[in-house]
Design a protein. Structure first.
Length: 374
């Protein structure tokens, strides 16, 4: 292997003359460049043709070029080849990842190190991480689904996380509600969850609501959040969360788990069908929750992870959400399917052409039991 010339990020940041005299070239993919790049860098994805690079250098009146990739490895090979072609090229040691760690911005150095493995993702980058830091996500229910969703929201660096939960920890919860252990039995879920999450990530803030959500309090609880996760195990409460979020135009992610099966769907304001569009009304008769029907903890873990991912994707504006779709998985045979719900139900009571539910507090009778179980 031939030799190559290099320059460090600290030299780049500390010497304006280097920046002025050199053309900075990003050889990562166009997607990666779109989601974040070093200021003044031009995009020239691999493979780098020397003739094309020389034309760009001529356009910018530069005789020296600094090449960078994600971590400074692929760019070494490119720099060697350019030098062999007589181009005054330098490799940026550590690449874009090292620049992210050293530049100033919304994130401190410890945060950049802590989130480094996700910030290096082209779809996320520093911009996405800063969006997560500024975001406010509410999780209603800190049980099976909530334990998982809360854990990954906190780990991902969502800046403010709300927990609405009025229940206490029972021993029968422990096989699926992994935020808790035997020493916590008898304690309030909301406070134990808050304590665990704040120890996990000292950069986040937890807001606790020691209450079940009801038609009388849900509007005040959800109003200051960017996204809501329905992690409850109660059909009446699921309709309540849907209706309150739709009326208040707050995006949310619904999920349900029973036995070895689970489903997820997301709603955002606009033309998307809501939970009530699909399921219409609270059914009459007995609807068992996981306490009666049973549940395997690992299935709740899978579905809770998907809910956290939906929230992260929404906040960071990446990927495709489960909007207008219901994701369903059968854990016994691992068969999955997407059920498409392409449009609103025009007869929907909350978002149809003639909605009859315009304020959940005025329709409290229809929600039956006035608390959520997890």
């Amino acid at each position: 292997m031939g030799t190559y010339k290099s320059i460090s990020v600290s030299e780049l940041l500390g010497n304006d003359r280097i920046v002025d005299d050199s053309l900075l070239v990003d050889i990562r993919s166009e997607i990666a460049y779109k989601h974040g790049y070093i200021p003044n860098a031009v995009s020239l994805p691999e493979p780098v043709e020397p003739e094309i690079l020389l034309e760009i250098m001529k356009e910018h009146a530069k005789e020296k070029v600094i090449i960078y990739c994600s971590i400074g490895e692929r760019s070494k090979t490119v720099v060697r080849e350019l030098c062999e072609n007589g181009i005054d090229a330098y490799n940026l040691t550590g690449g874009y990842h090292e620049w992210l760690l050293m530049k100033t911005g919304e994130l401190c150095m410890d945060e950049k190190i802590q989130y480094a493995r996700q910030m290096v993702l082209p779809e996320l980058g520093e911009t996405g991480q800063e969006r997560l830091k500024k975001a406010r996500v509410l999780v209603i229910g800190a049980g099976a689904l909530g334990s998982i969703a809360l854990t990954y929201l906190a780990a991902a660096g969502v800046g403010t996380i709300g927990i609405a939960e009025g229940d206490i920890i029972e021993r029968s919860n422990l096989h699926r509600q992994i935020l808790f252990d035997t020493d916590n039995v008898g304690n309030k879920k909301v406070y134990e969850a808050k304590s665990r999450l704040e120890k996990m990530n000292t950069f986040i803030h937890i807001e606790d609501y020691d209450t079940y959500v009801t038609p009388g309090n849900i509007n005040d609880i959800i109003k200051n959040y960017d996204f809501v996760i329905d992690a409850t195990d109660n059909i009446e409460t699921k309709f309540l969360i849907n209706d309150a979020c739709v009326i208040n135009k707050i995006p949310f992610c619904h999920a349900g788990v029973v036995a070895f099966e689970g489903q997820v769907m997301t709603w955002v304001p606009g033309e998307a069908p809501c939970y009530r569009c699909v399921f219409e009304d609270i059914p009459d008769g007995y609807i068992p929750n996981c306490a009666q029907a049973g549940i395997i903890g690992a299935m709740a873990g899978m579905i809770g992870c998907i809910q956290a991912l939906e929230a992260i994707k929404y906040i960071a504006s990446v990927g495709e959400l489960l909007v207008g779709k219901i994701y369903h998985i059968n854990g016994l045979n691992m068969q999955t399917r997407i059920i498409r719900v392409p449009r609103k139900n025009i007869s929907c009571k909350v978002c149809g052409r003639k909605p009859v539910i315009t304020n959940v507090s005025d329709n409290s009778v229809m929600y039956g039991r006035r608390n959520c179980m997890t």
